[in-house]
Design a protein around this ligand. Structure first.
Ligand code: FAD
Length: 489
């Protein structure tokens, strides 16, 4: 409620403060671009500087030689989950940053960091200043497990844990308790495997990555030796991909610890599986049968057909000491098999519980349609329901699933739809719109100063230089104030 009234009052302030200057800005002539000189340049604003935002911008700039695109990002730094989600030991995945940088440096594109849409500026205000607004603000919320005890100390979300080791300012104080021997991860997707791998990777491997120094130090003193990764369904429904599974299998000084009973009947189905699922299952079975002879310090293992029902507290009633799991049986087969409780339970002792059951989009502005059940902005191929000129791409559009390539395709689709709407006259671009000029002026009246891409590059250079001195690709700044000071220095 407080958030909503703050948004409303800022909208009102804007209308009373800047109507005259707004008119002036609207009257200014837009840039005349060869090939489209008959009308004003379409001005598009993108909310969110993650992969969806950058890929949407890239496609718009490429397909329309006169389109002008401005990206507004909440943080002073760009790239969304490529910076704050992708695991530090996957540097090759982060190469997309080079493409995003080219887009940001395009003469018809500008990046404005340090702007929280929905708080500093409303979506309606953006819609007044631009011909079209594309929401690409990702899925920032957590799905909760909704079981008793999930608020106990020692229970954290994978989202926060990932944010902590990747330097997300909001998670810098997380301090996960790594003092117990067993950690349990709930969920069996790639994020769960990223978390398990980071917990068990040797210090020597992690210290060469861009993992934050505080996480590196905490992990060096970690007592976690055993990681169990729990899933509601069976080995044939597991949600991770083969690359992440192979990395677990190949972790040094670590053995897989699976239960053969979890794999009953799996070997017989192998021959009928589609190829990617077959390869994944074969690797899983190899891990189950393996063991290796070398010295082993750590272990990890999947536990299948189990759902969390309660986090168990220790004697003080405050800290997690274990988790109660309900056994499931599967009804149906293949990808659509359903987990049904059997009424049997098992308790697992553990001091760290990380829930990796998914991210969730949250509404940022009361004027934007939102589907709370699916936790997305309701849309038809990227056109936001019932709102002309408003579009969406990425995780906001389709929910928090899929890799960067999926987000890329989906963002290209939204850009194409937007351009088609211009061509078809469904989106009116005949009236001049002031774009960033009006919005930055408006933000100034509210005491909000933006971080331009060239200013982010100062942060980037500083991070690389700090990293270089300790043999890492970069040492991320964790503090927004420090980022801003450096950007504006
Ligand atoms: P995001 O990347 O979340 O970007 C959204 C942006 O919007 C953020 O920068 C955010 O700060 C900004 N924002 C939010 N609210 C506002 C607001 N109110 N105003 C302005 N800006 C706002 N994919 C791979 O291909 N390989 C991997 O190895 C991989 N690893 C992953 C690891 C993790 C832990 C996670 C969660 C995902 C991973 N992915 C990976 C998936 C990939 O990150 C996503 O497909 C992609 O980031 C989704 O892009 P997006 O732009 O929709 O969202």
């Amino acid at each position: 409620m407080e958030m909503i009234s703050r948004i409303r009052s800022s909208v009102i302030r804007m209308h009373s403060l800047s109507r005259a200057s707004w008119r002036l800005l609207v009257a200014r002539r837009p840039p005349v671009v060869r090939g489209y000189s008959s009308g004003p340049a379409p001005r598009v604003c993108i909310v969110g500087g993650g992969p969806a935002g950058f890929y949407t911008a890239q496609q718009l700039l490429k397909a329309r030689q006169d389109a002008v695109v401005d990206i507004y990002e909440r943080l002073p730094v760009p790239f969304g989950l490529v910076r704050f989600g992708v695991a530090p030991d996957h540097p090759e995945v982060k190469n997309v940053i080079n493409t995003f940088t080219q887009t940001a440096q395009h003469e018809r594109c500008s990046f404005h960091g340090n702007v929280t849409v929905g708080k500093d500026v409303s979506v309606e205000e953006l819609r007044q200043a631009y011909h079209a607004v594309v929401l690409s603000y990702g899925a920032d919320g957590n799905r909760s497990m909704e079981i008793p005890g999930e608020d106990l100390s020692g229970v954290i979300s994978a989202k926060d844990f990932v944010g902590w080791y990747n330097g997300l300012p909001a998670n810098k104080e997380l301090c996960p308790d790594l003092s117990s021997e067993t950690a349990v991860i709930l969920g069996q997707g790639n994020v769960a495997l990223d978390v398990a791998r980071i917990l068990l990777s040797p210090h020597e491997m992690l210290k060469k990555t861009d993992i934050t120094q505080h996480a590196l130090d905490a992990l060096a003193g970690s007592s976690v030796r055993r990681v169990l990764i729990i899933g509601r369904r069976g080995p044939l429904q597991i949600a991770c991909t083969i690359k992440e599974l192979r990395e677990m299998v190949n972790l040094p000084n670590t053995r897989a610890d699976m239960l053969p009973s979890d794999f009953e009947g799996v070997a017989e189905t192998l021959k009928d599986l589609p190829r990617p699922r077959k390869r994944l299952t074969e690797l899983l079975m190899k891990a189950m049968n393996g063991g290796g002879d070398g010295p082993v310090e750590n272990s990890w293992g999947f536990r299948f057909c189990r759902s969390p029902v309660e986090v168990l507290s220790g004697p003080d009633g405050k800290r997690a000491a274990g988790i109660r799991l309900a056994f499931n049986k599967l009804e149906g087969s293949g990808e659509v098999a359903r987990a049904v409780p059997t009424g049997q339970f098992e308790d697992v002792e553990c001091g760290l519980i990380i829930s990796s059951i998914g991210y969730k989009t949250i509404p940022i502005d009361p004027d934007v349609p939102f589907d709370p059940r699916r936790a997305i902005v309701p849309n038809d191929m990227g056109r936001v329901q019932d709102t002309t000129g408003l579009y969406c791409s990425g995780w906001v559009k389709r929910g928090p699933t899929g890799v960067i390539a999926t987000t890329m395709n989906d963002s290209f689709d939204t850009a194409r739809i937007l351009l088609q709407d211009i061509e078809a006259g469904k989106l009116d671009v005949s009236i001049n719109k002031p774009g960033a000029q009006a919005i930055t002026a408006l933000l100034q009246t509210r005491g909000v100063k933006t971080v331009l891409f060239s200013e982010w590059e100062k942060i980037d250079a500083e991070e690389e230089s700090r990293g270089k001195s300790v043999g890492k690709p970069r040492e991320k700044l964790l503090n927004v104030e420090e980022m801003l000071k450096l950007a504006w220095s």
